[in-house]
Design a protein around this ligand. Structure first.
Ligand code: SF4
Length: 218
């Protein structure tokens, strides 16, 4: 296993995350690949909690991908208008549903190349669908994973998300990718927050890039 720069190995980082967040999992409420995919698309640049507030009524109105594929955009917008970029997102989730119906017989595909071709689906969304629903080992790099990776020196500060993903896949064992992805999200969401991270209770201060530059000696 690769050594993590400075003082902690990848295995040690995983051990700490296992202690901190043993039950980390997807927090988007879903019950099938369709509701997961739509929730992930809606979660771009907003919180899972905000998405979970609007999806019960959305999925009550459009319980299947076929229902959403034939929906009117203005109707869908009414259900999701409390989150940012709702017009674009309404267009994307309808477009996504239309193509799942027309190209994949209504089944959300389980391959990266087919998913990434669908409206509203980028690298992160495809990876989350594959990992959470289809149990394919992936590391989805969202804003939390990206920030945490850089603070823990698993990637350089100016690496893009694709490079971060590649570096994480190289450093950590494949059978841990999906678990690690959720644990890094929880770590970033609940402890190593963007502003005011709770460094007092963090096991990684000895080599953390942010701590060294912002908090050491404070
Ligand atoms: S020391 Fe602070 S900034 Fe660094 S990883 Fe821990 S919580 Fe995040």
């Amino acid at each position: 296993m690769n050594q993590v720069k400075n003082r902690m190995t990848a295995a040690e980082i995983m051990n700490h995350l296992n202690i901190l967040f043993p039950n980390a999992d997807c927090e988007l409420v879903h019950h099938d690949a369709y509701t997961l995919a739509i929730s992930v698309i809606l979660s771009a640049q907003t919180t899972d909690a905000a998405v979970n507030k609007i999806t019960p009524k959305l999925f009550e109105q459009y319980p299947t991908v076929f229902d959403l594929a034939s929906a009117k955009q203005s109707d869908v917008e009414r259900y999701i208008k409390s989150i940012g970029l709702f017009r674009n997102k309404a267009q994307n989730i309808i477009g996504f549903s239309k193509e799942v119906v027309s190209k994949h017989n209504g089944i959300v595909p389980n391959s990266f190349s087919k998913l990434i071709d669908l409206p509203g689906v980028g690298q992160k969304t495809a990876n989350v669908i594959l990992s959470v629903w289809y149990h394919v080992p992936r590391i989805a790099v969202d804003t939390h994973v990206n920030r945490v990776s850089k603070r823990l020196r698993l990637a350089y500060q100016n690496d893009d998300v694709f490079t971060v993903e590649k570096k994480l896949m190289k450093k950590f064992p494949k059978d841990q990718w999906s678990r690690l992805h959720h644990q890094m999200i929880f770590f970033g969401r609940y402890l190593c927050k963007s502003r005011n991270p709770e460094c007092e209770r963090c096991p990684f201060t000895s080599f953390c890039y942010y701590y060294k530059n912002n908090k050491k000696g404070v």
